[in-house]
Every structure is written in structure tokens, then in C-alpha cells.
Design a protein around this ligand. Structure first.
Ligand code: TRP
Length: 375
């Protein structure tokens, strides 16, 4: 059996540099490596709706933004199948069967779901009183999205899920569902593995304010579609070491956002191009720690690197945005292809569960005999 990738993103906003170093950059490398037989990239609109039921317009708008971000990064529809989750109804059917293999208690232990319920402020005390104060309980669809994600992954017989650290509990739950399914109904599904970024900075790139999470509402993101000037402004106002007041003061690089971004983006050749006084990042960090290196100089270096990386992405995005109907058409073709693959897995699943009654001539013969014998 060959190697197959399935991964995706919720279309709740444009994609940012956190998505880029956490997963997008890697996907393009994997695509170009030729190591995989199939690569599926899914825009998880149905998952996005699990906590945006009242805002379908937001998802509609961002669907095309995410598709453009993919194309801009170099994901190539002639090598990858890019598709939209809601257009593959087979995924719902799989999830419906997997629901019987997972307990409520197991879902409650999923650390990512736990953290997200906290973050979204869903109340565990959803009575008529609290509902009127806008303290709503957790939507069932949201609570069970790890099961739906197991369908996404297994429907395509994915072996490999390149994703961020927050997706680890989802892939672990998927593996459990696969084992449970296979031991109950016979060897049918493929157990996937997550492929995490190897570099700690890429695993969890902080917001420009140093906060752990990049989020639109905090205004601490650098988007792939930001203008050159937006990017420069974000970098020049980045959080650094609050105790590094004068250039001659010694500074800390740990927890210093500018250095975390350099860890994620900087390559040795950037020094030759933009900062030839230093051989590599270690030398730059050593100087900052000693004192005598100002924040502005480091920020300008980071700006040069990011601009170099983002410029071609921005330009490709603008080019693809000139023909939006072609982008929808590409997605539609991707959905058709994805449906075929998912339908073939679903057929195996129904067969394993022995609910493929009308294809099962042995069943029909056996039942027919049983009733004859009763006469
Ligand atoms: N949960 C992912 C996110 O929040 C999106 C997603 C849905 C996904 N299904 C997936 C990722 C399957 C990897 C594999 O971005």
C-alpha cells in the first residue's frame, strides 16, 4: 500500500504565517518530494460550521480565501486534490457509524476539544436561565468533531496527516477508532500517523504580541495576503524582551518573538544576503545576549527575510484571484475526485459491517433457506 496524505484547515479566516510554518510549507515540500501516491487537502467548512452555525456567511467568504492561500503557497491542483468537506456526503455516513465506537467520556478527555470548549466559553450549565444570558452549552456537532475528523482521515485511507501539535489528539482518536473498527468488523481501515513540524518554533508560532495563539480578534497575526507595508508594521511593533531597554543591555532570546520567528524562517543564506557581519543565527543570538545589539536591527533582518518569503506568495495569490471562477472550478473537480475515493472506502465499510444487504447474495440465499425450513 502506498503513502497517502490527508490534511486540511477550517475556513474561518485567511491563513497566516503560523499556518505556513506549521503545515503549508511542509505540504508543498511533500508534494514536490514525489514520495506520496495521493495528496488530499480539505477545506473543512463543515467542521468550521460546528461552532459557527449562526454565521455561514463567514465560512462562505473564507472558503475562497483559503483556496487562494493554498494556491499562493504552491499547492498544485495537478498534483494534489483540493476539495471541500461539505461536498463529500460520504464523510457524514462514516462519522455516523464511527460514533458507535467512541464513548462520550472518551470525547470529554480529548485535550484539544477541552481547551476549545474553554476558549469559546461554552457553559456546562446550559439551562434556560443561563441561555438567556448568552451562556450556551457545547453544540453536539462541535463536541463530536473529532469523530468527523476520523472520517476525513480514514475515508481517503490516509497514512500521513501533516498538521500542527493541536491536531495530535485528533489523530490519536482516529487511530483508536481504526483499531476498534478493524477488531470489531475485520481489517478495513488504515491507521494514520501525524507528521509534526520538526522545529519547536514552527510547532507553535506565537502571535506578534508574544501571546501563544495567533488570532484575528487579538490582531496579532501576519497573514499570507498582507501587504508589504502591513508585514513591516507588524514586525516593527513585535514583542521582544521587555527588559532590553537600551542597545547595550543584555537581552533574552527565549520568549522573544522576533527570535522565535527567526527560528522559524531564517536560513543560513539569509545572513550572506542581509546581515553579512554574522555567520549564523547562533552568532546573532550570542550578540543579543551579550548586549550591544538593538531590536530594530534584528527586526529589520526579520523583515527582509519575511518579505523575501511572502512576496512570491502574495504575487501568486493576486494572479489566481484574477480568475475566481477557475478556482471554484478547480475545487469542484477536487470534490468529484474526493467523493469517488470516499465512496470506495464507504463501500468497504458497509461490507465489513455487513450492511450491504442487497449486494450480499449469500445473505439472501441463507435467509431464504431459513424461512423455507420454518415452513
Ligand atoms: N481540525 C483542523 C483544524 O482545526 C481541520 C481538519 C478537519 C483537519 N479535518 C482534518 C486536519 C483532517 C487534518 C486532518 O484546522
Amino acid at each position: 500500500m502506498g503513502k497517502i496524505i490527508l490534511t486540511g484547515d477550517r475556513p474561518t479566516g485567511r491563513l497566516h504565517v503560523g499556518h505556513y510554518v506549521g503545515s503549508l510549507r511542509r505540504r508543498v515540500e511533500l508534494q514536490n518530494s514525489g514520495e506520496f501516491d495521493k495528496i488530499y487537502i480539505m477545506i473543512a467548512d463543515a467542521q468550521a460550521l460546528t461552532d459557527n452555525a449562526d454565521n455561514p456567511e463567514k465560512i462562505r467568504q473564507n472558503l475562497i480565501e483559503v483556496a487562494l492561500d493554498y494556491l499562493a503557497c504552491g499547492i498544485d491542483p495537478s498534483q494534489c486534490t483540493i476539495f471541500v468537506q461539505s461536498q463529500v456526503p460520504e464523510l457524514c455516513e462514516l462519522a455516523f457509524y464511527y460514533m458507535n465506537l467512541v464513548t462520550v467520556q472518551r470525547l470529554q478527555r480529548n485535550p484539544t476539544v477541552k481547551a476549545e470548549i474553554q476558549m469559546r466559553g461554552f457553559s456546562d450549565n446550559d439551562t434556560e436561565d443561563t441561555a438567556s444570558q448568552n451562556k450556551k452549552g457545547t453544540p453536539v456537532g462541535f463536541f463530536t468533531y473529532p469523530i468527523s475528523q476520523a472520517s476525513d482521515i480514514t475515508a481517503f485511507r490516509a497514512t500521513t496527516v501533516p498538521a500542527g501539535e493541536d491536531q495530535e489528539p485528533m489523530v490519536e482518536q482516529t487511530r483508536e477508532i481504526v483499531r476498534k473498527f478493524n477488531s470489531t468488523y475485520g481489517e478495513t481501515l488504515v491507521e494514520p500517523e501525524i507528521l509534526l513540524p520538526t522545529n519547536a518554533a514552527c510547532l507553535r508560532l506565537p502571535g506578534t504580541d508574544g501571546k501563544a495563539k495567533m488570532s484575528k480578534s487579538l490582531g496579532n497575526c501576519i497573514y499570507l495576503s498582507d501587504t508589504e507595508e502591513d508585514v513591516r508594521k507588524s514586525i516593527m511593533s513585535m514583542f521582544t524582551d521587555p527588559d532590553h531597554l537600551r542597545v547595550e543591555d543584555p537581552g533574552k532570546v527565549e520568549g522573544n518573538t522576533v527570535f522565535t520567528y527567526l527560528d522559524a524562517f531564517c536560513r543560513p543564506e539569509h545572513f550572506a544576503s542581509y546581515l553579512p557581519d554574522y555567520a549564523d543565527l547562533d552568532e546573532l543570538k550570542a550578540h543579543y545576549r551579550r548586549g550591544g545589539l538593538g531590536d530594530v536591527k534584528v527586526k529589520k533582518f526579520l523583515n527582509a527575510i519575511l518579505q523575501e518569503e511572502l512576496k512570491p506568495i502574495r504575487e501568486r495569490r493576486q494572479k489566481f484571484a484574477q480568475d475566481i471562477p477557475a478556482v471554484y472550478d478547480m475545487l469542484k473537480k477536487g470534490c468529484e475526485e474526493a467523493r469517488k475515493a470516499a465512496a470506495s472506502t464507504l463501500e468497504d465499510v458497509r461490507k465489513a459491517m455487513q450492511i450491504n444487504y442487497f449486494d450480499d447474495s449469500e445473505l439472501i440465499a441463507a435467509q431464504s433457506l431459513r424461512f423455507k425450513e420454518q415452513q
